[in-house]
Write a protein that binds this ligand. Structure first.
Ligand code: S3P
Length: 169
């Protein structure tokens, strides 16, 4: 039976990639990461794309990838944190996916990001916590377009995954 994709959205550091991996394992569904797909297509890392070609170019690639994966079924989609800023991306995703927003406070995101090995070019600034607060303020209405919001604040990946499975069942 064909099933809608499950697309995880939310700010950098919310745990989208780790939760997506767990969901993929538990629900036996293929995992697609928009960032990983962009990197594979371009043959260079996200920080390198930002550095050499700029954010606008990255967003163009992201848009293509979102349109592509939105045509599929049965996937777990790990969306880059900025995907929902483009209304067409949201429309594409919503056509075929259940959108789940992993919500967390700026402080929690910041703590997670400090531990993360993944580089986030947008946060490579003097005051990352302030930047996180500023970006979230701007992005929150976009994240709110999700079908379901899951509280990911100060929770383990296991707990968040369990919660996602509970709300979709
Ligand atoms: C971005 C989030 C990143 C990545 C890029 C831009 C954003 O993905 O797509 O660095 O604009 O929020 P994660 O949310 O997986 O860190």
């Amino acid at each position: 039976m064909k099933k809608k994709n499950i697309a995880l959205i939310g700010f950098m550091g919310a745990g989208k990639s780790s939760v997506a991996k767990e969901l993929s394992r538990h629900l036996k569904r293929e995992l697609i990461s928009t960032d990983a797909l962009i990197e594979a297509k371009e043959g260079r890392s996200i920080p390198q794309i930002f550095k050499d070609s700029g954010e606008r170019y990255f967003r163009k690639l992201e848009k293509k990838v979102v349109a592509e994966v939105s045509r599929e079924q049965n996937l777990i989609i790990d969306c880059g944190g900025g995907v929902v800023m483009d209304p067409e991306n949201v429309a594409h995703l919503k056509a075929n996916s259940l959108l789940i927003y992993l919500w967390a406070t700026p402080e929690h995101l910041y703590e997670n990001l400090k531990k993360s090995p993944v580089r986030r070019p947008l946060l490579e600034v003097d005051k990352p916590l302030e930047k996180i607060r500023e970006l979230i303020k701007m992005r929150e209405p976009f994240y709110q377009q999700a079908d379901i919001t899951v509280d990911a604040d100060k929770k383990t990946i296991k707990k968040i995954t369990q919660e996602v499975i509970r709300v979709i069942s």
